[in-house]
Ligand binder design. Structure first.
Ligand SMILES: [Fe+2]
Length: 184
């Protein structure tokens, strides 16, 4: 499918080019920001994928636990959005430019959007749990890089993001548990 032609275009030149890392006011070394800005951008992009995924699953949830899961998934996409916003703002403190366009983010993310269509509720939640696990692994790796560069601010922020991610994965795991009170 080809994208429809846009009827309006606004032409302007960026004041600061994509990929630029400007000097930071918090005295982090150039090595630190060059190591961390791309990693933060990949987390930002991947959390946006997670945000869209939870929103989709919030829309499509069905079944006897509809309302509870519908509301829980809304709480998840709200939490993910707050966290990705904090990561983008940290990138600007480090002198970086957060990738903002959804198509660019999708290319940069280390997880993929679920294909369109409705999957079973179990498969949708299984995918969410799987991705949360991957995000947790990547966050831990970046926390290590931040600490190696004495960027404790980024480390602290990502530790909070990691805790949220681990808690979501843990709760999804419980939703997916096999035990039941229904009579066999
Ligand atoms: Fe809603």
């Amino acid at each position: 499918m080809t994208a429809p032609a846009k009827t309006t275009e606004f032409h302007a030149t960026p004041r600061v080019e994509k990929g630029t890392i400007e000097p930071n006011p918090i005295n982090l070394s150039e090595d630190a920001v060059h190591a961390l800005v791309p990693e933060l951008d990949a987390h930002l992009a991947s959390l946006f994928v997670m945000f869209h995924q939870y929103q989709k699953h919030h829309w499509l949830v069905e079944g006897p636990s509809f309302m509870e899961i519908h509301e829980q998934l809304e709480a998840y996409y709200d939490e993910v959005h707050e966290d990705l916003d904090a990561i983008a703002e940290r990138m600007t403190a480090l002198g970086g430019i957060p990738t903002s366009a959804p198509m660019e983010q999708a290319m940069l993310a280390y997880i993929s959007h679920e294909p369109e269509g409705i999957f079973s509720m179990r498969d949708m939640l299984k995918r969410d749990r799987f991705y949360e696990g991957l995000i947790a692994e990547r966050l831990r790796a970046t926390i290590t890089v931040a600490q190696q560069h004495e960027d404790y601010g980024t480390s602290h922020l990502l530790e909070e993001v990691l805790e949220h991610c681990e808690e979501r994965a843990h709760h999804l795991d419980h939703y997916l548990g096999e035990d039941t009170l229904y009579k066999e």
